[in-house]
Write a protein of this length. Structure first.
Length: 381
């Protein structure tokens, strides 16, 4: 099993009383609530955590992309990756979430990844996403075209990485007379591509295609949904004529380990509840702007909204643990929950979020140490 240490880099000094006066921590939250001095300290802390993950034996560290939000201070994750390259030697660096439809020039993104891959001597993992609905409010890009822009940008980037240039590329959204990438990627044929998602059936079918076979990561989902979507990926692969390997299946979840279940719950409560209730919470109209999802997905979402009475209530740490959305407990408890999912799905990739919400540095560091010492070794084989 491969273990990835992931952070969102949330802005922890956020005044929560002020935050609650606004409908979201995304897009509409006034940026005068951000203190650059405190923010600089936050970047230092998060970078130190990711560098420490290499010392603890993680296979990879991961960052991602979000815009105009206190939820994650990484609008340019390639910059974070560049800094990590200079401070690490062995660990893979996964950029799990470049939102391709938000990019005006995919060749520039292909160039950036190729540079990073050379600078790290082949330690880069590329993660491609459409970006959640709020990103389209933040950038002013029409979400109705996100699917086609994602696929066309992906095709252009992979072609730029792999085809001898110069060549021309024409699609509905991107037209280039000359595609001739300098530098080329260090890895052959190109950096691995992973696809994080919350379970879109369209995304599963696309990632599982035999021409791609991209690792698919289920994020922020209850245990039953994780098992369902990873099984859906396996079933889709079988329909397409091959058997998906465990290396194509992954799970991303917040995790907290302490000596006992009770201690873990007490220490993780504020962090996990602020993550879901303050940082992640968005009204439906911001999460799912018109055109962002297919008609089928929109109908499913409307049914869910009706079942929840129009808007979900506040989530408790107990409820998040019970659903399996968060893995919080003693080393034995956390190991058993991961192993149970592994037995159900055969997954080989676990993306562990060991700092979340307002969880302070000293607890995040101890959590990383306990997870690395008392969970990872039992699941390596």
């Amino acid at each position: 099993m491969r273990f990835v240490c992931f952070t969102l880099m949330p802005y922890r000094p956020l005044d929560m009383a002020e935050r609650r006066k606004h409908r979201s921590a995304w897009v509409v939250l006034p940026n005068d609530l951000y203190d650059p001095v405190k923010g600089a300290d936050e970047y230092d802390s998060y970078m130190d955590q990711l560098v420490y993950a290499e010392e603890l034996g993680f296979d990879a560290v991961a960052v991602n992309e979000h815009h105009q939000t206190a939820y994650g201070m990484m609008p340019a994750p390639n910059l974070i990756a560049s800094a990590l390259i200079q401070r690490t030697k062995r660990v893979k660096i996964a950029i799990l979430g470049r939102a391709l439809p938000l990019v005006n020039n995919p060749i520039a993104l292909a160039e950036e990844f190729a540079m990073l891959d050379n600078m790290s001597r082949g330690r880069i993992i590329a993660g491609f996403v459409r970006g959640i609905g709020t990103e389209y409010h933040a950038t002013g890009i029409n979400p109705a075209f996100s699917h086609e822009k994602f696929q066309e940008a992906h095709d252009l980037i992979v072609a730029a990485w792999t085809r001898p240039g110069p060549f021309s590329f024409e699609s509905e959204n991107y037209n280039y007379r000359y595609v001739n990438l300098w530098p080329r990627p260090y890895q052959t044929p190109h950096p691995p591509i992973w696809i994080p998602s919350q379970g879109s059936s369209e995304t599963i079918r696309w990632a599982a295609d035999p021409e791609r076979r991209y690792p698919f990561l289920v994020t922020f989902s209850a245990h039953d949904l994780v098992a369902r979507y990873l099984t859906m990926y396996r079933d889709q692969a079988r329909e397409l004529g091959y058997e998906a390997s465990g290396d194509q299946l992954g799970w991303a979840a917040p995790i907290y380990v302490a000596d006992t279940d009770e201690q873990a719950l007490a220490e993780a409560r504020e962090g996990i509840e602020t993550l879901f209730n303050e940082y992640l919470s968005n009204p439906w109209e911001m999460m799912l702007p018109p055109g962002y999802t297919s008609l089928e997905s929109t109908k499913r979402t409307m049914k869910l909204r009706a079942a929840l009475g129009g808007r979900p209530g506040r989530m408790t740490a107990e409820a998040l643990i019970e659903s399996g959305t968060a893995l919080i407990g003693s080393p034995r408890t956390v190991r058993e929950k991961i192993q149970r999912m592994r037995d159900q799905t055969g997954l080989n990739n676990l993306v562990s979020m060991l700092q979340f919400g307002v969880l302070p540095d000293h607890l995040a560091k101890r959590n990383m140490e306990m997870f690395a010492a008392e969970v990872m070794p039992h699941l390596r084989g």
